[in-house]
Design a protein around this ligand. Structure first.
Ligand code: NAP
Length: 321
């Protein structure tokens, strides 16, 4: 199956790229192995996206962006991509079901939650250990939970959890939060949240579900324990780069380097959103990246029209080899 543009990932960057590419009359397909929305689906409230003065859930935002892309003709395919070929004028994408070809590729696979890698974490994931308060928070009504981390996600999700839990401990390895000041101040004013500073988790205990957290205060050199029924881990994100890492320029953390047109070092291959090396990861910056990537892909296709082989995917595949 041939497309002008294939977009991998249906988070805000991929969806915005789809709006721009499809509106530019490119035959556009968006692939995602899950549902549209990406990490927005893990967010209860988006209150800083311009134009939405009333808080909107991440899920609603994803559905709206998808509907807009579909209105302009973008197709959505819920298939996991198993291999890609990024060279030449034909980009090839393979899934378990089929092979797809495109003139340009926009990679918007985003990032995933980082694990702590401490004893008990893997065993108790889904049994009290969670990386998504929006998905699991309601299970902790009147219970005591801990949130690990000091960034925007940890602090926002700690506040979300206070809707259900009777007590939320926010455990941070330093004595100062990394989160935005406005978010910090709301959390400091929330009397269901107790902050535990300079402390790292060493082990999560419980059988069959979480019962206890073993902690270590680094300033006081003191080990202690905290009985909790849930542990929500927000210690940063890791780039979803595994299909592309050997082919693209990465920063030291594995995020892809692009120029301001979202171009990678490979012609016709663009990266947008959280997977990109950038200073600010927000829905609005992902959407902006996506818009630029969709526009850049359109220009690339226009400028290179004479080079693209005509015909079916098979012909395109042969042309590549
Ligand atoms: P983040 O900003 O990278 O923060 C990760 C936090 O986890 C930091 O406080 C870090 O401590 C701590 N941490 C890292 N490794 C740890 C470990 N091994 N043990 C204990 N603590 C550890 O990650 P994030 O909060 O997931 O946010 C990711 C990106 O999305 C950021 O760019 C963020 O601004 C953005 N975001 C924005 C919003 C919003 O605007 N509303 C909401 C969510 C996310 P240190 O502080 O000591 O490094």
């Amino acid at each position: 199956m041939n497309y002008d543009v294939i977009i991998i990932g249906a988070g805000p960057a991929g969806l915005s790229a789809a709006v721009y590419a499809a509106r530019g009359e490119l035959k556009t397909a968006v692939f995602d192995k899950g549902i549209e929305g990406g990490q927005m689906n893990l967010t209860d409230e988006i209150e800083n996206y311009p134009g939405f003065e009333n808080v909107v859930t991440g899920y609603e935002m994803g559905m709206k962006m998808k509907a807009q892309a579909e209105k302009f003709g973008a197709e959505f395919k819920y298939e996991e991509i198993t291999a890609v070929s990024l060279d030449g004028y034909c980009k090839i994408v393979e899934t378990a079901n089929a092979t797809y070809c495109a003139r340009a590729l926009i990679i918007a696979t985003g990032a995933s939650p980082r694990r702590l890698n401490i004893p008990g974490e893997a065993r108790l994931t889904g049994r009290g250990v969670s990386y998504c308060a929006v998905c699991d928070g309601a299970l902790y009504r009147d219970k005591v939970v801990a949130v690990i981390g000091g960034g925007d996600s940890a602090v926002e999700e700690a506040m979300f959890l206070t809707k259900f839990a009777k007590k939320v401990y926010l455990i941070h390895r330093r004595s100062e939060l990394r989160a935005e000041k406005v978010i910090q101040n709301r959390a400091f004013a929330n009397d269901k949240i107790e902050f535990i500073w300079d402390t790292v988790p060493n082990e999560i205990e419980g059988d069959p579900t979480v019962q206890n957290l073993k902690l270590f205060n680094r300033k006081e050199n003191r080990a202690f324990e905290l009985p909790v029924q849930g542990v929500f881990i927000y210690v940063g994100i890791l780039p979803n780069n595994n299909l592309f890492e050997s082919r693209l320029d990465l920063d030291e953390a594995g995020f892809v380097k692009t120029n301001e047109l979202m171009q990678t070092k490979l012609p016709g291959v663009y990266v947008a959103g959280d997977l990109r090396h950038k200073p600010l990861r927000q829905v609005v910056t992902a959407a902006a990246d996506g818009g630029i990537a969709g526009w850049s892909a359109e220009k690339w296709i226009e400028e290179n029209d004479e080079h693209f082989p005509k015909g079916t995917c098979d012909i395109m595949k042969k042309h590549m080899r």
